[in-house]
Design a protein around this ligand. Sequence first.
Ligand code: GLU
Length: 446
Amino acid sequence: MDVKKIMTSLEAKHPGEVEYLQAVHEVLESIEEVYNQHPEFAKAKIVERIVEPDRIFTFRVDWVDDKGEVQTNIGYRVQFNSAIGPYKGGLRFHKAVNLSMLKFLGFEQTFKNALTTLPMGGAKGGSDFDPTGKSDGEIMRFCHAFMLELWQNIGPDTDVPAGDVGVGAREIGYMYGMYKKLAREYNTGVITGKSINWGGSLIRPEATGYGGLYFVEHMLKKLNRSIVGQRVIVSGFGNVAWGAAQKATQLGAKVVGLSGPDGCVEVPNGMTNEMIYYMLELRASNQNIVEPFAKKFASESKFTAGKKVWIIPCDIALPSAFQNELNGDDAQTLINNGVKLVAEISNMGCTPEAIKAFQDNKIPFAPGKAVNAGGVATSGLEMTQNAIHLSWTSEEVDERLHQIMESIHNACVKYGQEDGYINYVKGANIAGFMKVAIAMKEQGVI
Ligand code: GLU
């Protein structure tokens, strides 16, 4: 395989799809050596096929806002790869959503899902709908209109959406309601991240953040270090950051920083349970700003407008919001301030320059597709519970989540050894790729 040649051809075919090309480049770079040891992959043109989605649906979503005005958005579903199971992956509602973003996310999801050990293919979808400032009625009408278009392309054994940025249990509820009405059947396995009242799984809301921290614990264990007393920062205040802050605190770490699009908040003594709970309120307010947090906890925290959370000195940095949220300069700031470990809980949270800076400085760094896989893994467990018409206890789900995160960590270590340093990026990419590539090869040219 010639990575440069493949990238040049992809850039010509998909000009301007920056995030997608970035994600593909990262994977191809890591797998090149292993790929070239398997001539059967080249013969089956695995790499040329694996980088293109199986199919993409795009559709117009029309809805009426509270003022009675008609609004129009674009909806997408990228069914990326189904070699190891039905398409699976979240829906993102954010004003910046475009095809490049969803193709990158679907591509990443394919390998992430392979790492979970569960039989799930990769997909992603969403819309450029901006939930900021929308009323509950507007959210409901948009979700209904979105599902009106999407429903025929999904199903419990074909394609199973879930949440992502801008899509939580409320949106999943509205979307499932419309699906059920159109499909004329009650099959909750068609979507995950549901409310616990009607088919959701215990621990699913917390799973991405919890899983991320279980992964971090394994990274630290490998280094004979403990998480107790470590200063942790998370970016954002959404579902992922919330779960991560909760578990980090439970494990004895101090969460000393969080952020929003408007700035960052330092909490020198670490977040309390009340503060962590308040993150939920902040998110539910739909305003997408973090400053109210600092106002509410004025004596224990400090808000800095317009700055990213990476300026706050810490031992462990956990990107938990959006792709490319931590760049080369941010990485340098963290390194100068003595960061000891970085784990992406967001998808592709770090730019290639940031990753290189951490690796050059031998700072343990793990990528989103390994660290945040606990979310989709627990979605897989939700699908299993739906299929057997049973609900497991939170202990049971948490125990399985633990096992899955440990096995992902082991896979990264197995493939990522580099004299004395574990290259988790390489490890995760090779482990995920091998599983999907072998399945594609075994299923022939289809
Ligand atoms: N959006 C999450 C992710 O990036 C979860 C997907 C799912 O549960 O299907 O993995």
